[in-house]
Design a protein around this ligand. Structure first.
Ligand code: ZN
Ligand code: ZN
Length: 442
């Protein structure tokens, strides 16, 4: 078959399967699960793989699942991915009433897109024209949240890393993958229907536990050491450093208090913070990290409390693969029209897709069709055609280009210079992990 007729056939197949894929995305929206808890969501993906007759491996990094589609001829292996996890946004209209879990980042649309693409590419006539293999990977835990829960999984030896893709990389799930893509939802209408070429910040995560001494808050506060006041000073000290962050580095430091005290009539002795330190480069993140750590120690020093600091690897900054994006852009233009495909805006957010961009040709384009605020209570998918079906079709057509006889994919893989080998990546990630205790009373 000529490439153009295969592509036309793929477009027809996507339309044919679009209702089923959108229904599945809506089902996931109604049943959100946060990272490493996505058992039901993974089950739905596995059922869909079974329906398509694709063999799959499950329970990868707790909840991940990967199906393999073998093409008719040999060639490189492409991964098309979707992220399984939700956020926690209690006020969201589709939030779980008990847990507050909610899909306020649109990951349910990614799973719909991945499966619609799988449905088209698994068609026997299409498969006949694929030179290489396609892995469909449903990835756990992109949102780097619930650090205490994830540390418990690390302690139980179920994980080493607290983000999904890092753990999958370590497990070897990407060892045979030559190139990877995933489309993420966007609420930025200025980005047309599909946006390509965005950069993201990298990030490290930090947990601070302020330890004071509990005492009666009314009759004997002088006998206590107030861990909440230590945290209060630390917040002020972090803010005092913000003027030193340079615009080009796009530094973001955003702590939350996950435990603020135990009872109101006692001096708080156990206060916990979680925070991200984000930036465009690892150097700028390291610089901000020194300042944040100084600020956290300053809080402990001010009141004579202790602070326990745990630093964790989170995500590497996104590196943009122009060659891959160019192939994707041309296909996206076929699907939604040239005027609806735009260069994406830089993002202050972080993703473990950034990690993959260091190892293999990887892209994360964005699809709109959503309104409200990303990670906010008003984030909603308004148009499932734009949010699920169009990106699925753009990815499936891109897959045809990459794995067709003219070997665009092989050429791209040959041109790619990895920033890190897998071993160097794992060493870098492990190197971020630090544990220190600072005693402000000494
Ligand atoms: Zn998100
Ligand atoms: Zn997301």
């Amino acid at each position: 078959m000529q490439k153009n007729s295969i592509k036309a056939h793929v477009q027809d197949l996507i339309s044919k399967h679009s209702e089923k894929a959108v229904d599945l995305a809506r089902d996931i929206l109604q049943h959100p699960e946060t990272g490493f808890r996505e058992f039901r969501t993974a089950g739905l993906v596995q059922q869909f793989f079974d329906y398509l007759g694709l063999p799959h491996k499950d329970e990868l990094a707790v909840t991940g699942t990967r199906a393999n589609l073998q093409g008719a001829n040999s060639g490189p292996t492409l991964a098309i991915m979707g992220e399984l996890d939700s956020l926690i946004v209690p006020g969201h209209p589709f939030a779980d009433a008990n847990t507050g879990f909610a899909h306020a980042c649109g990951h349910h649309t990614q799973i719909g897109s991945m499966l619609a693409a799988a449905a088209a590419l698994a068609d026997p006539d299409v498969r006949e024209n694929i030179n290489g293999n396609i892995a469909f990977i449903a990835v756990p835990a992109e949102e780097y949240i619930e650090l205490e829960y994830r540390q418990s999984l690390v302690e139980e030896m179920k994980l080493e890393f607290m983000g999904g893709k890092a753990e999958l990389i370590k497990l070897g799930v990407f060892d045979d993958i030559d190139m990877a893509m995933l489309t993420h939802s966007s609420t930025n209408a200025a980005e047309g229907k599909i946006a390509y070429g965005s950069i993201n910040n990298g990030a490290i995560a930090k947990e601070a536990k302020f330890i004071g001494i509990q005492a009666h808050a009314g009759s004997a506060p002088h006998k206590g050491i107030n861990a909440l006041q230590a945290a209060h000073v630390a917040f002020a000290a972090i803010n005092a450093n913000r003027e030193t962050f340079q615009d080009a580095d796009s530094i973001r430091v955003h702590p939350i208090i996950t435990h603020g005290g135990d009872v109101v009539n006692a001096v708080p002795s156990n206060v916990r913070l979680e925070m991200f330190i984000r930036g465009r480069t690892l150097e700028s993140i390291a610089d901000a990290d020194i300042k944040v750590e100084r600020a956290l120690k300053a809080g402990a020093l001010a009141v004579g409390a202790k602070v326990e600091l745990n630093t964790f690897a989170a995500y590497l900054p996104m590196s943009v693969n122009e060659e891959f994006f160019e192939i994707f852009r041309q296909n996206a233009e076929v699907v939604v029209g040239a005027s609806n495909v735009k260069r994406g805006a830089p993002r202050g957010s972080s993703t473990d897709m950034g990690d993959l961009t260091h190892l293999l040709p990887t892209i994360q384009p964005y699809a709109t069709g959503c309104t409200g605020t990303v990670h906010g209570a008003d984030f909603l998918v308004q148009d499932y055609q734009t949010a699920v079906v169009d990106p699925a079709c753009s990815m499936a057509l891109t897959a045809i280009d990459l794995l067709s006889k003219d070997a665009l994919g092989s050429r791209m893989v040959d041109n790619f210079q990895p920033i890190l080998t897998k071993d160097a990546y794992l060493e870098l990630q492990r190197g971020f992990n630090r544990h220190i205790i600072y005693d402000g009373a000494i």
